[in-house]
Design a protein around this ligand. Sequence first.
Ligand code: UD1
Length: 420
Amino acid sequence: MDKFKIIGKSRIAGEVSISGSKNAALPLLAAMLLPSDETVLHNVPTLKDTDTLIKLIKGMGVDIKKEGNTVIADARHVANYYAPYELVRTMRASILVLGALLGRFGEAEVSLPGGCSIGSRPVDQHLKAFEAMGATITVENGYVKAQAPAGGRLIGCDFSFDMVTVGGTENVIMAATLARGTTRLENCATEPEVVDLANMLVKMGAKIDGIGTPTMTIEGVEQLHGCEYSVIADRIETGSYLAGALMSEGDVLTKNTSAEFLHPVLKKFEAMGATITTGDDWIRAVMKGRPKAVDIRTQVHPGFPTDMQAQLMAVCCLADGTSTIIENIFENRFMHVPELQRLGANIKVDGHTAVVVGVDSFTPAPVMATDLRASMSLVMAAACAEGESVIDRIYHIDRGYDDVENKLKALGVNIERIKD
Ligand code: UD1
């Protein structure tokens, strides 16, 4: 397993170009299964997770290739509707092919993704909605088998999600685009990545109302056609690099991004003392002095995103005062706490609440990346510690941060990959 060697202390400053959003690209890639002709998707980040999904779709017989940041898929011929455990277990978002396959072909067999380090993460809402649309669902030997009713098409229905789920909303809207009749979904996720998917589906000929609101109405059509589309910028990657400026009295300019999706995070950065300026496609954070403590509670969009919790916690570790962080989305998303403690942080966890008492500085240590976003909090903390730190298990960071070493180097971080 590769490791990062980081020698601090660095002032994190410079310019960085933001890649396409991982969490938008994954459902968009799955949606390429829906039309029976060619789709071209631009601004796809080069990541382990996007590679996995491309491999999964290729395994179904789709003619799919990635050239630079563009993926071209011709889904005219799909040989099987099967997603094997070997690929699904490496990435939960593989479950997103279920909705596309079931919608277009009326059947699918997809491995259950199982739990992951940040919590049990069931897919009961996805399955419940497909059942409401007339599908027969069986779970056998770790695989979900789904079959549309006679005639091979799902049937539009009224369905309300019991909780807000990003993946559930995405899976069900994909399936509903090709269902017979109208599907009315309540309590939908409104995350920018869901909106991006809905916008591409509309470009493919889908009829969707209420995009970006909790109630979406999808009128099923007979078929979708291919289109050309570009993935939105990664709001979490943007926020992660900007957080580096706050931790190091730095100055970070993120380009090819948008402040539109990041308001709850930028507001916290300002409350911590950063000067934030924005343009059409850039955001800059300038920090003078020590950050101020803040309270954060993660919530569904437009609340503070859980995917920025670990990075904000790393900033709070160096803040003047005591911060309280409440994690409301995932049951086990404080695994980075013991690792941040190894770097000198003062954090106490009680259930879903972490109380962070700011310290003057981080101290170098060997640490272990625990999940994707947590990895970035450790990288930034190590960059701010005087001396050498080694971060193990960085395969987590490779899943979600495009070209991470070069981007960090451009921001002044002394980082080196140690190959296994
Ligand atoms: C997506 C993001 C992830 C982000 C999360 C919340 C992708 C690829 N991943 O994950 O980075 O942290 O949204 O913003 O886009 N739940 C159920 N039953 C279900 C579905 C979800 O109980 O059927 C629960 C989950 O266990 C979790 C919560 O609902 O506690 C939110 O999950 P969900 O919004 O579905 O997250 P993902 O789509 O998996």
